[in-house]
Write a protein that binds this ligand. Structure first.
Ligand code: ZN
Length: 150
């Protein structure tokens, strides 16, 4: 089993635990939104390996280039520049560097809780989307045994 499949399995397991906690302790009744949460958790579980040649790097940079092209073609040059800048950050430094830190697990998905505050008209993000990404991200760090506080 290749490395990313192990992280997807870890993200899947962590997500099942998260939903069980919500159902057992908070009387949560699952809706179709859970499928989106699940997808976000899986993306979070593979994100840290964006810093090396990997499935995650191909997936996320493929998405970045498509999104950047859409920004450029639609005249959103500021957004294109910001995306380009932030997309460079994971490939600066060594593998299992800052992308494999606990602080990154909480900071990287933070646009999901910041965007609804600064751009509520986009109807994107929220805490219910942020938490599954953090859970997936932390599952990756647990499997990689990478608990660093910087
Ligand atoms: Zn990793």
């Amino acid at each position: 089993m290749s490395l990313y499949k192990g992280h997807i399995a870890g993200g899947f397991f962590a997500f099942i635990l998260y939903i069980l906690v919500l159902v057992v302790f908070f009387a949560f009744k699952p809706t179709y939104d859970v499928l989106i949460w699940f997808g976000l958790c899986i993306l979070g579980s593979i994100w840290p390996d964006i810093d090396t040649s990997s499935f995650a790097q191909k997936l996320f940079y493929g998405f970045f280039i498509i999104l950047d092209g859409i920004f450029l073609l639609s005249g959103h040059f500021k957004e294109a520049a910001l995306l380009g800048f932030f997309a460079l950050l994971p490939i600066i430094g060594k593998h299992r560097g800052w992308t494999h830190s606990i602080s990154a697990a909480f900071i990287v998905p933070s646009p999901l809780i910041i965007l609804p505050i600064i751009k509520p008209e986009l109807h994107v993000g929220g805490l219910e989307y942020y938490i599954p990404v953090v859970i997936g991200y932390l599952s990756h760090l647990i499997l990689d045994k990478q608990f660093k506080l910087y």
